[in-house]
Design a protein around this ligand. Structure first.
Ligand code: AMP
Length: 401
């Protein structure tokens, strides 16, 4: 069974074709700058193997439909074709927010698309583009099941005492304001991988998963189920991110409005796009921040300090939530690649049984790595995430019933 996985963003489409027989990637690609004067596309057949063939295109790509069509054409025709179109038995789509009504993957119908419009306000930067991709794919693959896999689904086991905000109750009842979380597909995938690597049944594993990329979130997973997560109603709450503030005093909004005369839209934009690491030091890529620290940049040092301290604070609170912690897992762009961030995050947690092995932590690998010492009661892992494979598996499972 071959499954196409699509992650449709506001001006980009990421896609992979996965052969579920051996879970190998037959095609991977990225279409960028959709709607701009010049679009850019990189398409790889059999990526990472000795058969790899790369096609790079630069041409106007006016909309997502054109981008998706290009991807499909390169996959199924011409010299780099890997299969015919009718071999693609299902398409899986990443959707950031499912709200309360979509707590598991679904085969989407046109009626459902109407209902899903309501979720767009929960992730205004992501959901319209995610759902737009699904709409285009429905038109391009008539009769092929289109499965939506929601980033919020894994968090639906969070109990009310953890998902409720202490606001007037009717805001929950009428406006559905509550914690939903995000990155659930990634948290679920690495928790599953962690159980496999530790040779423990997932439903007996207590793990803290840290997805730390440009966006960042954590999950407390008890007996294999998510019981708390750091993102909230939207993906703004929680950890310090590339450009997102994470936790701030909610009174900041009023303070900025009164003292700086800013309106709500401007404040929202600042918290999403001008804050986080970028707000603190002007840079949102951790590699640039390390380079600046080397040159003595004190703001860059501060940004690293704030970011790692916030993460450590969440680890502490999730230890209290879980009681017993078997493992801590780092994943995503920073989590997988940045040994300094990992070391600084775990600093001072030795008395709680979390002992990092500095040499193991300094190694680099594309494979999962155990980075705790042999006598550390809590295992500390680096586990590369693979959201595409996770979406493909969910898609296969739902299509196969
Ligand atoms: P993601 O959102 O998971 O793709 O992660 C992207 C972020 O990961 C970038 O903005 C960088 O901050 C960070 N990153 C990627 N590669 C490295 C690396 N080799 N070392 C440190 N940080 C990295």
């Amino acid at each position: 069974m071959k499954i196409l996985v699509i992650n449709s963003g506001s001006s980009s489409i990421k896609y992979q074709l996965i052969d579920m027989a051996d879970e190998s990637v037959m095609v991977s690609g990225l279409v960028e700058r959709i709607g701009e004067e010049q679009g850019v596309m990189t398409h790889k057949a059999y990526p990472g193997t000795d058969r790899e063939a790369v096609v790079k295109l630069e041409q106007p790509i006016p909309d997502h439909s054109v981008g998706l069509k290009l991807a499909i054409d390169l996959t199924s025709s011409g010299e780099n074709a890997v299969c015919s179109l009718d071999e693609i038995k299902a398409v899986g789509h990443r959707v950031v927010a499912g709200g309360e009504n979509f707590s598991a993957p679904v085969v989407v119908t046109p009626e459902m698309m109407e209902e899903l419009k309501d979720t767009e306000r929960l992730a205004p930067l992501h959901n319209p583009a995610n759902l737009g991709g699904a709409r285009e794919a429905m038109a391009l693959f008539p009769g092929v099941p289109q499965v939506l896999v929601f980033d919020t689904a894994f968090h639906q086991t969070i109990p009310p005492h953890a998902f409720m905000y202490a606001l007037p109750y009717e805001y929950y009842e009428e406006d559905h304001i509550r914690r939903y979380g995000a990155h659930g597909t990634s948290h679920k995938y690495v928790a599953g991988e962690c159980a496999r690597l530790m040779d423990k049944p997932l439903d007996e594993l207590n793990v803290i998963t840290i997805h730390m990329g440009n966006g960042a979130s954590m999950a407390a997973v008890k007996d294999g189920k998510c019981v708390d997560t750091s993102m909230g109603l939207t993906p703004l709450e929680g950890l310090v991110m590339g450009t997102r503030s994470g936790d701030v005093d909610p009174a900041v909004h009023n303070y900025l409005a009164v003292n700086r005369g800013m309106d709500i839209a401007t404040i929202d934009n600042v918290l999403h796009k001008e804050s986080g690491l970028k707000g603190l030091c002007g840079m949102n890529d951790m590699r640039d921040i390390h380079a600046a620290i080397e040159k003595g940049d004190e703001r860059a040092e501060l940004a690293l300090g704030v970011q790692t301290y916030r993460t450590r604070k969440y680890i502490g609170s999730y230890m209290a939530v879980l009681g017993r912690v078997d493992a801590v897992v780092f994943t995503a762009g920073i989590g997988e690649n940045d040994s300094i961030v990992r070391r600084k995050t775990m600093e001072g947690l030795e008395p709680f049984g979390m002992k990092i092995d500095v040499q193991a932590n300094d190694k680099r690998a594309k494979e999962p790595m155990l980075i705790s010492t042999g006598d550390s009661p809590v295992a500390i892992w680096v586990i590369p995430t693979n959201e595409e494979l996770a979406i493909a598996r969910e898609t296969r499972d739902i299509v196969n019933g």
